[in-house]
Design a protein around this ligand. Structure first.
Ligand SMILES: Cc1ncc(COP(=O)(O)O)c(C=O)c1O
Length: 400
């Protein structure tokens, strides 16, 4: 009898975490490495949020809480959804978990039965397919192309739907591409979903606040109120509030689903950290102006990175609407050989040779389900980005 669960054979460890670890190890060994793999803002958590956490500790708010969130945080989430998204939810329709990741996982575990399918547009956040597999469902990958700005078309969504489809996972702005759907583009998808009433929508709005220029964020239940009763709107404080380590994510949706998620959570981590929950109350209710300040920095970095990557031979980099990622294509480098003698036959060999020969760590596109590309996170200093992009240019210039 094997000791380890067969479920483990269905999943792989997170490749983005693997890249970060590899970069860290090389650095520790004395190599000059610039890591562009991190999926977290390099800004510190704002002071008012830290103060709220300290005040919570001093006030003794350090005990177990209600399983899926303190009432104050649920109220703050309802107010946020109304303020930012025009969506009406009551606290009983809200679930708070240990990060956005756990919220998505709870929802999948609470709903997957053998054979259930989940449509995931590629390029996708690395965790979606594996979470579906862990929950016992079947990921169905619908591949978007660089020609449509990495956005799924209505026809592609329609073609992916079967009688077994349970969820459509939607993520805009996207990790790994930064692509954000306009209201019109999203409406085309919601029109398809309206024709298939058995399909539920899990929208991951984690990068809602990280958008640039005049791009206007929108979420499925807002664009198509007809989907409200079968949409789980997921979000969190990790990215916009620079709170990745605090581990607070949340979702709003039909009460029956929220209750099922609560049941799962009650038998796993129980409540999310009490102190982090109080910090999240302040994040959502407190001043929001630093987000626009941070976004100015992100936008400046995005523009610099896109320009420098497009100047690299064989690389083509679209301008994304949001998040802090770009997803350039290396199609023009395939078939060439690096100065170190590595034949570049796909994005994985490109990324490996780039790390070994130039000390720049990026995540190869196959990990996100669309090749030949790689993901750059520009949530790092301007100096590091400039140096990394210069090294990428040098690397490409010496390919033969
Ligand atoms: C698209 C997307 N969803 C969810 C998450 C998870 O966020 P959290 O850190 O709150 O678990 C991430 C984090 O990288 C993400 O990129």
């Amino acid at each position: 009898m094997p000791f380890l669960s067969a479920t483990l054979d269905r999943v792989k460890p997170s490749p983005t975490i693997a890249v970060s670890n590899m970069a860290r190890e090389l650095k520790a060994a004395g190599k000059d490495v610039i890591g562009l793999g991190a999926g977290e803002p390099d800004f510190d958590t704002p002071d008012n949020i830290k103060q709220a956490a300290k005040a919570a500790i001093d006030a003794g708010k350090t005990k177990y809480t209600a399983v899926d969130g303190i009432p104050e945080l649920k109220e703050a989430i309802c107010a946020k959804l109304k303020r930012d998204n025009g969506l009406e939810y009551t606290p009983a329709q809200v679930s708070v978990g240990t990060g956005g990741k756990q919220i998505l996982y709870n929802a999948l575990v609470a709903t997957m039965n053998p054979g259930d399918e989940v449509i995931i547009p590629a390029p996708y956040w690395v965790s979606y397919p594996d979470m579906v597999l862990l929950a016992g469902g079947e990921p169905v990958i619908a591949e978007a192309s660089i020609q449509t700005g990495f956005k799924l078309t209505a026809d592609q969504l329609e073609a992916a739907i079967t009688p077994k489809t349970k969820w459509f996972i939607f993520n805009s702005p996207s990790n790994p591409t930064g692509a954000g759907y306009t209201r019109a583009e999203l409406k085309e998808l919601t029109d398809v979903l309206m024709r298939h009433p058995h399909v539920w929508v899990m929208t991951d709005d984690m990068y809602e606040h990280l958008t640039y220029g005049d791009f206007e964020f929108c979420t499925p239940a807002q664009v198509e109120p007809g989907l409200y009763d079968r949409t789980l709107t997921c979000n969190g404080v990790s990215k916009a509030y620079a709170m990745t380590g605090w581990r607070i994510g949340y979702a709003a949706g039909p009460e029956k689903l929220i209750a099922a998620m609560r049941k799962i959570q009650s038998q796993s981590p129980s409540n999310p950290c009490s102190i982090s929950q109080w910090a999240a109350v302040e994040a959502l209710n407190g001043p929001q102006d630093f987000i626009a300040e941070n976004n100015k920095v992100f936008q400046r970095r995005r523009d610099m990175v896109v320009e420098m990557l497009n100047a690299a031979e064989g690389i083509s980099c679209p301008v994304p609407e949001g998040a802090f990622y770009v997803y350039p294509s290396v199609a023009g480098c395939i078939g060439k050989t690096s100065a170190g003698g590595v034949k570049i036959d796909n994005d994985e060999t490109f990324a490996k040779a780039l790390l070994e020969e130039k000390g720049v760590a990026v995540v190869f596109g196959a990990a996100f389900g669309l090749s030949p590309n790689f993901r750059v996170s520009y949530a790092t200093s301007d100096e590091a980005l400039k140096e990394a992009c210069t090294r990428i240019q040098d690397f490409c210039a010496t390919l033969t």
